[in-house]
Write a protein that binds this ligand. Structure first.
Ligand code: SAH
Ligand code: SF4
Length: 373
């Protein structure tokens, strides 16, 4: 039987769970300290918690729903982890070193149903949502990697930008954020957590209404419906007008800024006229938005797209700037280790397929079970 992860419970949920199973509510805080401050690897490490309590916990929960399958370290300090779930599926988690801290990028689903035309995730349909515990454990896995190095480094930032559409797994994503924000746990500041969505309007509104209050990023990638539908088929169901309606609701409700992500695809959406159109679209919200320009990481299966030239990237940036739209060009991390979304998994999948074809499949995964992002 696959047990759920103890890391999926908020402190409140653990406090309620314990008395329901004959244990004292007051033990919850100490258990949390063992999980998030001492960062023990299993129940036996919780040395001052009564054995009876540990028995009942371990009967219902695991603390190890992930195991490391592959780890790749880049010369710029980026580390990419290919992690195996209890059911054999593989997911990716990335650690990036940035000026302002250590950022972890987490996966929320095994595969993705949104199927954007440029993304490795879209290649395989979602087979399931990750539980809150499986998302929290990705952070713990990276934190333990840092602990093992003995430099006292801590994960300081989290971006929900790995495989999957977080707003298509809203409840688990929300629980995950509650857990990592908790002051008695990892105590990550809300302003250091960013959730990225392909733009589901109702969920953006629900997010605005929630108590989560972390940063929102929206993958826009085009300034008009025709082009956006061509790049992201989700735009057919939720066109830009509906998305902007949800954006305005969010801005009004939270008074927090939104970051729009815009992948630059050569000769598709990267010309100055696209930048002018984008500036026009955002003009009434100028003070509350910024644009993050993302150099495209080529994906073999999407050979119709190429990375923009440096000249186009600068031209696009310059046009936004002239129109007073705040923008940045995303720094790349770990290009020498396939750190771009989905690439390590993609490669691993191909290797497995080749190994199978050659009759030497020693890795237990196949294309259908490998998460893409
Ligand atoms: N599903 C969510 C979050 C995961 S994707 C979303 O779409 O926002 C996170 C970011 O990675 C998105 O902005 C996405 O557009 C970007 N991305 C996906 N594939 C990419 C690629 N090949 N090169 C560069 N960015 C990519
Ligand atoms: Fe899914 Fe995001 Fe990739 Fe689109 S860009 S297929 S929404 S992971």
């Amino acid at each position: 039987m696959i047990k759920s992860s103890l890391y999926g419970l908020t402190l409140e949920q653990l406090r309620n769970w314990l008395p329901e199973h004959g244990q004292k509510k007051s033990r919850a805080s100490r258990i949390w300290e063992w999980l998030y401050q001492e960062r023990v690897h299993d129940f036996t490490g919780m040395s001052d918690v009564r054995q009876e309590c540990l028995d009942v916990l371990s009967e219902h929960f695991t603390m190890n729903s992930l195991s490391e399958h592959v780890k790749q370290e880049s010369s710029d300090g980026t580390v990419k982890f290919l992690l195996r779930l209890q059911d054999g599926n593989l997911i990716e988690t990335v650690l990036m070193r940035q000026k302002y801290g250590l950022t972890v990028c987490v996966t929320t689903q095994v595969g993705c149903n949104i199927g954007c035309s440029f993304c490795a995730s879209g290649l395989i349909k979602k087979s399931r949502d990750l539980s809150a515990g499986e998302i929290v454990e990705q952070i713990m896995h990276v934190q333990r990697h840092l602990d093992a190095a003995g430099q006292g480094e801590l994960v300081t930032n989290v971006v929900v930008m790995g495989i999957g559409e977080p707003f298509d797994n809203f409840e688990h994503m929300s629980n995950f954020i509650e857990v990592i924000k908790d002051r008695k746990g990892l105590a990550l500041a809300a302003k250091r957590i960013t959730v990225s969505t392909s733009g589901l309007p109702d969920k953006i509104k629900e997010f605005a209404d929630s108590s989560l209050q972390v940063n929102l990023a929206i993958s826009l990638h085009a300034p008009n419906n025709e082009l956006r539908t061509h790049i992201m088929k989700i735009n057919r169901a939720f066109p830009i007008e509906q998305l902007m309606d949800a954006v305005d609701y969010y801005l009004e409700k939270t008074n927090k800024r939104i970051m729009f992500e815009y992948i630059l695809l050569r000769d598709v959406n990267d010309q100055r006229e696209h930048a002018s159109e984008l500036a026009e679209l955002l003009s009434s919200r100028k003070s509350m938005v910024s644009v993050n320009l993302i150099p495209y990481n080529p994906v073999d299966e999407h050979s119709q797209y190429q990375r923009s030239t440096e000249e186009s990237i600068l031209g696009f940036y310059d046009t936004l700037k002239k129109n007073n739209i705040n923008s940045t060009v995303r720094m790349e991390h770990g290009t020498d280790i396939d750190a771009a979304c989905g690439q390590l998994r993609s490669k691993q999948m191909k290797n497995n397929a080749e190994a199978k074809a050659n009759g030497k499949s020693d890795v237990k995964t196949d294309a259908g079970r490998l998460a893409m992002g």
